[in-house]
Design a protein around this ligand. Structure first.
Ligand code: FE2
Ligand code: FE2
Length: 313
């Protein structure tokens, strides 16, 4: 394959050059069994906008050609593609990974770390579901209205739901916790398999988020500009490298956090200001790459900072 896919390429060939494009084909609702037909032929036969399909597969390929935006993207088609991706993650993939994770962890009521990892996973799924539901319920209908020439709300507000950094951070944290702290001695093959699934999911989700940021949002902007002169900006967070061992004071704070104390209560116990507690918590998060109380709880138990009996699960 050249540096980009073109409409004359056979669909079979592009799948064989990158099997991950199977996901794209599925999300455009293109069925398999297309023989030796070209991209254009298959798209036309199935009522899929060929330019949008090409834009997405070249985006997935990381083709520099896409950056010059030569495609006439159908926003409706792209919206449907993103909606189908949400449904795939929420209704199929995440429950599928959960079942495998439970099996890999050898889950039982007595296995506290396994229980906490599943709890963490469920929290992540809930956050992702909320994020995608907001996009389904707010962003896509907003775009549908733009397509009808109506601007219904302040788009700057609505675009904030496309902010993905917290989700990416939490998924990285989940991997971190499973790899470092789970005990899969009895199901090593299954744990490797589920981790492999999570890595693939992370990569797929990252491309989905990039696509929303770099292809979908610019198209929405163009639509808005046709209706008014409002502009949208997508946010991005910076991550910086930071790795040191915990201080004794930070360990003390972790213990109080996992026991459920508020920052104010911790400050009172340690005779320090709330601002100082906040600074310590920020440093702990950077050092451990753990940003949630659930993640800290798992860390604290595994590292014997607290006893499982002292924690309300
Ligand atoms: Fe999305
Ligand atoms: Fe999103």
């Amino acid at each position: 394959m050249k540096d980009r896919y073109i409409k004359e390429n056979k669909l079979y060939d592009i799948i064989c050059s990158d099997y991950k494009l199977l996901q794209v084909i599925s999300r455009f609702s293109l069925p398999l069994g297309f023989g030796d037909k070209t991209i254009e032929e298959v798209c036309n036969e199935n009522g899929v906008d060929c330019e949008t399909f090409l834009a997405v597969i070249n985006f997935e390929k990381g083709s520099p050609y896409i950056l010059s935006s030569p495609y006439h993207i159908s926003v409706k088609s792209l919206s449907n593609y993103l909606r189908n991706a949400h449904s795939y993650y929420i209704d199929f993939l995440l429950p599928f990974i959960r079942r495998k994770l439970i099996e890999a962890l050898g889950f039982s009521a007595n296995n506290d770390i396994s229980f906490l990892i599943i709890k963490f996973y469920d929290e992540y799924c809930l956050e992702l579901r909320r994020h995608m539901e907001r996009e389904n319920e707010d962003v896509f209908p907003y775009v549908d209205n733009l397509l009808l020439g109506k601007k219904t709300k302040n788009v700057l507000l609505e675009m904030s739901v496309l902010h993905h950094s917290p989700l990416e951070l939490k998924l990285a944290e989940l991997k971190n916790i499973i790899i470092k702290y789970s005990d899969s001695a009895n199901a090593n093959n299954m744990m490797n398999s589920v981790l492999y699934d999570i890595f693939l999911f992370e990569e797929d989700l990252s491309t989905h988020c990039e696509l929303e940021r770099n292809l979908f949002v610019p198209e929405i902007k163009k639509l808005e500009e046709k209706i008014s002169n409002n502009l949208v900006t997508a946010e991005a967070n910076d991550d910086d490298e930071f790795s040191q061992s915990l201080t004794e004071r930070e360990k003390e704070i972790i213990i109080y956090v996992v026991k459920g104390l508020t920052n104010k209560e911790i400050a009172d116990k340690l005779f320090i200001s709330v601002n100082t507690v906040t600074t310590h918590r920020r440093n702990i998060a950077k050092k451990l790459d753990i940003h949630s109380p659930s993640g800290l709880t798992i860390y604290a138990i595994v590292n014997k900072l607290v006893d499982i009996k002292d924690i309300k699960l």
